[in-house]
Design a protein. Structure first.
Length: 260
């Protein structure tokens, strides 16, 4: 939650300063809906739900999009996603029980015979195709408004183990695959938020809430301390509060700008 507050604070501070500059400018001319290719960069905080909440605590999600906005305010996008946490994998001690000490506070023994300081976090990769619609709420801003999108694609997620104190050879190289719980599957998504497209190309951003629902299954032939069927389908759900910056390739027709 602290990371979410920091993300939103930085974003609002940046957009607030840019929009304050806009207030001091008067652009002469009618703003019109535009058709343009664009790219976006977004960051969000993800709250795992359903089976995903059993595996991981909250984590950061980064997205990069390539898309096209039409004059009718339809959005067509291809989106790449990357998610990661910070020692947020649940059940680490149960998964690694066979290579951890059994007395006191359990830890993975390094090749030097000491605590290897192993942390475990998720790594998510996704690729989706999306379609959306911008619904203007003001005739003065025909390119801005309520932003709705839906998408279909695929996701892969797994546990990454990292030794922070000493090297744990039990988790190096191919050995890590025995414990990583890698899963892949189909994913659908829905997003609702607000898109602001300015008359100037550098103040285009969006903010909103995204819901991702995935159905995944284990990809590895064998996992240590895994007592479920390898064919079990998991319902992995994620809620993400997301903010993003949009970079249109084409702008509107230039108008005279007055500063006051």
């Amino acid at each position: 939650m602290k990371q979410l507050i920091i993300i939103i604070t930085l974003f609002l501070g940046t957009t607030g300063s840019v929009m304050a500059q806009e207030i001091g400018e008067k652009i002469v001319g009618q703003d019109n809906a535009i058709s343009t290719p664009f790219c976006t960069a977004a960051i969000g905080w993800t709250f795992p739900d359903a089976d995903m909440a059993v595996k991981y605590q909250g984590f950061i999600t980064l997205n990069a999009n390539l898309g096209w906005k039409t004059k009718q305010n339809w959005l067509w996008m291809v989106e790449f996603g990357f998610g990661f946490g910070s020692d947020n994998a649940k059940g680490k001690n149960d998964i690694l029980a066979e290579i951890m000490t059994r007395e006191g506070d359990p830890f993975v023994i390094s090749r030097e015979g000491s605590d290897a300081g192993v942390v475990a976090y998720n790594r998510n990769l996704s690729l989706m195709g999306k379609v959306g619609k911008v619904i203007p709420i003001s005739s003065k801003r025909p390119n801005s408004g309520i932003m709705l999108t839906m998408g279909l694609g695929a996701i892969q997620h797994q546990i990454i183990y990292q030794s922070t104190l000493e090297v744990a050879e039990q988790l190096e190289g191919d050995y890590a695959y025995l414990y990583d719980r890698q899963m892949k599957g189909l994913m659908v998504s829905g997003f609702i938020g607000y898109l602001h497209m300015s008359k100037k190309s550098y103040t285009n951003f969006y903010i909103g809430l995204e819901l991702d629902q995935a159905w995944t299954k284990l990809t590895r032939d064998y996992q240590i301390n895994y007592n479920l069927s390898p064919n079990k389908i998991f319902s992995d759900r994620m809620w993400t509060v997301k903010v993003g910056w949009m970079f249109p390739f084409f702008g509107r027709d230039a108008d005279k700008i007055y500063y006051f």
